[in-house]
Design a protein around this ligand. Sequence first.
Ligand code: APR
Length: 232
Amino acid sequence: MSDIANIVILTGAGISAESGIATFRGPGGLWEGHRVEDVCTPQALARDPELVHRFYDARRAKLAEVSPNPAHAAIARLDSAWPGELLVVTQNVDDLHDRAGTRRLLHMHGELKSALCAACGHREAWEDSLPPRAACPACGAPALRPDIVFFGEMPYHMEAIERALSRADLFVSIGTSGAVYPAAGFVQTARYHGAETLELNLDRSEGSGWFGESRLGPAGVLVPQWVDSLLG
Ligand code: APR
């Protein structure tokens, strides 16, 4: 690991599981009997805005009950100590990486604590429940929606992510099933550009075969161990 300079870390719901936030595809992955794929689409928002807003209001309210776990803390420690390039790309919409202090962070699927105006693109920090057709503070249109990338929409920050992957010496995937693209393809992009690849996950994932090394176990144990091995 001595010649590692540039690192890209991808995290998924598994890194927040030990904080008490349910993952999507594990036991308990349903919400009020709905699959997340059925609730998080532009069509669902148009068809049943109350249901979609209720889903996100419940997930946003949950944030007040949870805290970052040792895996989030270890990544924040790496972010502040690592002299080379480092980018944490999270699929998670919770704020646990932010609260742990990670700065070099991109939320590719959006954030629960942000509202987006579908009319003008204005973003507003949002803590409470978000009523359907809430008025945008910037343009006044009744068009505020959760600032979440729905299925069928383009994830955020893709240019910056692709650029970081092309420069990475090490790509580490933590707590993701490898079920959803484009995130599930990042390991292949990193390998194409010559990066070493490491997976830290509770179980084997759909992408495990692409990784140079897979370590199976809880993120709260594996991530601090990995960061200690890097920082010494
Ligand atoms: N430590 C490490 N890994 C864990 C832990 C844990 N304590 N608990 C669960 N995992 C692993 C599971 O084995 C699984 O592989 O985390 C992964 C969670 O997978 P998913 O529930 O599919 O979540 P994720 O991969 O983040 O989903 C990707 O799908 O629903 C969409 O937009 C949503 O961002 C999400 C995307």
